[in-house]
Design a protein around this ligand. Structure first.
Ligand SMILES: [Zn+2]
Length: 345
């Protein structure tokens, strides 16, 4: 089968299309999918760059997100059958440890993400557990179905489980060109919250408004903290979603209301962050980390997709032969939405 593989870590030059053996019969509880489209996440750039202590065995099939058709089911699988069109949660957990039994897959002792710890989605065939599958929503392209799961699952856990965002609260979301931020905007509007979103190009700011942001701020041109204070009657935001990290950290803190919650699921601009503990306790802030999500969180967010309340924005779709172009665009930060790879035309 054709697959996009990493032949060396250290950057995008290690990516190549290769012919690999097709997986054999799926194990009990698993299915084999024929992938129609895969989609990229920032995680894929980190894997290509080489994650400290986590270098995959090479050649390594990249990609966490994908969508396709069930071609074979393992023993005991009764929820899907060959021909079903699906997308999937890219988190693989054992299903049997205390964390899994408590429906908290990201805390599973053997938790893995497709394309990071094991072969990923940018291949003609992949095997995943049947419990990870969700139907492709009606009317969605393969690229849309591929581009949904990781960002939507991450955003749901951040907004609902971690931040506990409520109606009538105001949330600040940095970097509205990114997939997770865009899903956060959609989920915040679904919850009835007021959304202040930032980005740095007119196209991405217009897109943020189209997705439901009440206010779109150009973070390269305006003083975001001053605007937040002005727009909230000097109160600040109850919730700040910051995946940028080092470059925005101080402004995120200064945008937080008393009792506010700051949620981080990324550090694209750098990992160093500092704060004054006196501000933390005096303002009674909560600093929350979040990553991926549980089975029930995936069910909840895919239900929104099925209802038509949440849909990914696709920036570009490229064929497998030109997948490197999608990686380069993601690396440049020029994208306004998800980058998808057409694997099987
Ligand atoms: Zn487990």
């Amino acid at each position: 089968m054709r697959a996009l593989v990493l032949t060396a870590t250290g950057g995008l030059d290690g990516l190549a299309v290769a012919d690999l053996p097709r997986p054999g019969a799926p194990p009990a509880g698993w299915v084999t999918l024929q992938i129609r489209a895969a989609a990229l996440n920032r995680l894929d750039l980190f894997v290509a760059g080489g994650i400290p202590g986590g270098a995959p065995v090479l050649p390594h099939i990249v990609g966490a997100d994908g969508a396709g058709v069930v071609v074979e089911v393992g023993e005991g699988v009764a929820t899907v059958r060959p021909g079903d069109e699906v997308m999937f949660d890219p988190g693989i957990s054992c299903g049997d440890c205390p964390a899994c039994r408590a429906d908290d897959a990201p805390f599973c002792t053997t938790y893995q993400i497709l394309g990071e710890h094991r072969h990923g989605s940018a291949a003609e065939f992949i095997q995943v557990p049947a419990v990870n599958l969700a139907p492709r929503p009606a009317g969605w392209s393969w690229a849309e179905a591929a581009g949904f799961s990781l960002a939507a699952l991450t955003a749901w856990r951040m907004m609902v489980t971690r931040a506990r965002l409520r109606a009538a609260e105001t949330v600040l979301i940095w970097g509205a060109g990114g997939g997770v931020a865009q899903m956060c905007i959609g989920i915040a509007k679904h919850l009835g919250a007021r959304v202040l979103a930032t980005s740095s190009t007119p196209e991405k700011l217009a897109l943020a408004r189209k997705l439901g942001a009440d206010v779109a701020l150009d973070h390269a041109a305006v003083d975001v903290v001053a605007e937040v204070k002005r727009l909230t009657g000097r109160t600040g935001c109850q919730v700040v979603i910051d995946n940028v990290g080092q470059a925005t950290w101080e402004r995120s803190l200064r945008s937080l209301a008393r009792g506010g919650r700051l949620v981080s699921c990324g550090a694209t601009s750098g990992p160093a962050a500092a704060f004054d503990l006196r501000r933390l306790f005096w303002h009674q802030w909560s600093i929350l980390g979040s990553t991926m999500g549980s089975r029930s969180e995936y069910r909840a967010v895919t239900a929104l997709a099925q209802q038509g309340s949440l849909r990914p924005v696709i920036d570009t779709v490229v064929p497998l032969d030109r997948a490197i172009d999608a990686f380069r665009r993601l690396h440049s930060g020029a994208q306004a939405g998800k980058l998808a790879i057409e694997v099987t035309p």
